[in-house]
Design a protein around this ligand. Structure first.
Ligand SMILES: [Zn+2]
Length: 235
């Protein structure tokens, strides 16, 4: 399902591997997202709904995705989920039952465990605190990579980038190297990346497995990452 950066063909890029629907915080139905994916000429799409260990609706959701997918024979449709890191030891907020139903599991950092405090506790005017934030996010991601049953590290450095701008390149490098060791894909995220050319340059240098994800929450997001990657690679 995932290729190393240097092996990517146009077909490999022509996918959308992070999608949310109105089952959680997305705005659209499965059908609407599939219709747009079809219109945008995508080859494959993964529905990667937000889940937690307590999620009890997943079986119905997975069934709905597979039923709707039958109306779009030109699209390869995957059932997946996005789960967050619970600690630095790779604890993942998903039940085995949900995981067993998924063809693609995204692991991401969405919050900090209590001992690190809240995001807002970090003062953006204090370089040491800003650096510490990046290090914690990296540590949580490394825990996922080493110990969690994930296929993709989703929006790496995303929490930092939403608050402080471009993520420190030494830590991106550390994460990317770890994805290589663990054979996990790292997501190219059109939604979170602040410095896309720098991230793609690092991909070109380290040649990790990559995933293409727009973090779709509305129809206009569908295929955004594909278009961004194609644009950057053509430059
Ligand atoms: Zn996410």
């Amino acid at each position: 399902m995932f290729k190393h950066f240097h092996d990517l063909t146009p077909d490999d890029i022509n996918v959308e591997f992070q999608t949310h629907t109105n089952q959680t915080d997305g705005h659209n139905s499965i059908r609407e997202v599939l219709q747009r994916a079809h219109e945008r000429g995508l080859r494959a799409i993964a529905f990667t709904e937000h889940v937690r260990r307590s999620t009890d609706w997943f079986a119905g959701f997975a069934q709905a995705v597979r039923a709707e997918a039958a109306h779009f024979p030109d699209l390869t449709v995957y059932v997946g989920c996005e789960a967050k890191a619970l600690n630095v030891a790779g604890g993942l907020d998903v039940s085995d039952e949900v995981r067993d139903q998924c063809e693609i599991v995204l692991g991401s950092v969405h919050t900090f465990p209590k001992k690190f405090g809240k995001f807002d506790d970090y003062d953006k005017n204090d370089p040491q605190q800003v650096r510490r934030f990046a290090e914690i996010e990296c540590e949580l991601a490394l825990g996922l990579l080493k110990y969690a049953p994930i296929h993709v590290l989703a929006h790496p450095g995303g929490m930092y980038q939403r608050r402080f701008g471009a993520f420190p390149s030494d830590l991106f490098r550390e994460m990317m190297l770890a994805t290589r060791v663990q054979n996990v894909a790292i997501e190219i995220s059109s939604s979170y990346l602040v410095d896309v050319p720098a991230f793609l340059a690092l991909c070109a240098e380290l040649n990790p497995l990559v995933s293409i994800g727009s973090d779709v929450h509305e129809l206009d997001h569908v295929a955004k990452c594909r278009d961004m990657v194609n644009y950057e690679l053509r430059k």
